[in-house]
Write a new protein. Structure first.
Length: 258
């Protein structure tokens, strides 16, 4: 999308959100005619109009910057590195969540599923993993599904693969990120099958991660935490994946081995 005009990008995101020009115009309190002019380049959107439409289209902050640049404006959202002074408070909050979750596993990831930080509980999930997969940058999904990674120890691998790939597909639909599309194709090339989760069992609440460790099966529920009201790209793309015991046996095993 790097060579597209602002109008092209607006149209792209409108179609991604499955909205007609009339529907978007109604939500954004403008006219379908004006929206058509913006998309075809017959009118140039103001900086305020771009921000307004981007909000209604739920465009990710990174892509809002791209849209602004295409229209001839400076980006609105900074993208500081995680280790810069601007991110001190965010890093502190992130570490507090990770440490506070021990002895259960938790890790922080960016938009591309690169592991930013992890607590000591994650070490349990990494036993037996090929060291090559742990060389930075570490991709959490590759680590999970690679045959030399965690996959060998995941007892419900087809179900877990189905969950991971379905989630990744939803993320691609929201962000349109080429890197995620490439990652999905790589993950699909790994062995292990893929369960169809569109028709869950009547009593199924979530998809657990059933992981064998030291001859015992541990069962986890995963919860994703994101930062509220992010105002820069880095914070918007950070998430914390926390794993909680899905049964009493797992809780007892982990509590006895902090």
């Amino acid at each position: 999308m790097s060579n597209r005009t602002a109008g092209d990008l607006l149209r792209h995101w409108r179609l991604e959100r499955r909205l007609s020009q009339l529907e978007l115009a109604g939500r954004a309190d403008t006219s379908a005619r004006h929206l058509s002019f913006l998309e075809t380049g017959r009118a140039t959107p103001s900086r305020t109009m771009i921000a307004h439409l981007a909000e209604h289209l739920e465009i990710p902050l990174r892509e809002r910057n791209r849209l602004l640049l295409a229209a001839g404006y400076a980006p609105a959202y900074a993208e500081p590195a995680i280790d810069t002074p601007a991110m001190v408070a965010v890093r502190a909050a992130m570490r507090q969540i990770l440490v506070g979750h021990e002895p259960y596993p938790a890790l922080a990831i960016d938009q591309n599923w690169t592991m930013v930080e992890a607590n000591s509980g994650v070490g349990l999930l990494l036993s037996g993993v090929d060291p090559a997969l742990l060389a930075p940058p570490v991709n959490a999904l590759r680590l999970s599904l690679h045959p030399n990674g965690m996959a060998e120890h995941i007892r419900n691998l087809p179900e877990w693969r189905g969950h991971v790939l379905a989630r990744l597909t939803r993320q691609i639909e929201v962000t349109g990120a080429p890197a995620l599309i490439e990652l999905r194709e790589e993950l699909r090339s790994y062995p292990g099958g893929e369960a169809d989760l569109s028709l869950p069992e009547p009593d199924q609440v979530v998809v657990p991660l059933r992981f064998e460790h030291a001859g015992r099966e541990l069962s986890f529920l995963s919860v994703t935490t994101v930062f509220g009201t992010p105002m820069n790209v880095t914070v918007a793309e950070l998430a914390i994946e926390s794993f909680f015991p899905a049964d009493e046996d797992t809780q007892k095993i982990l509590s006895a081995n902090p």
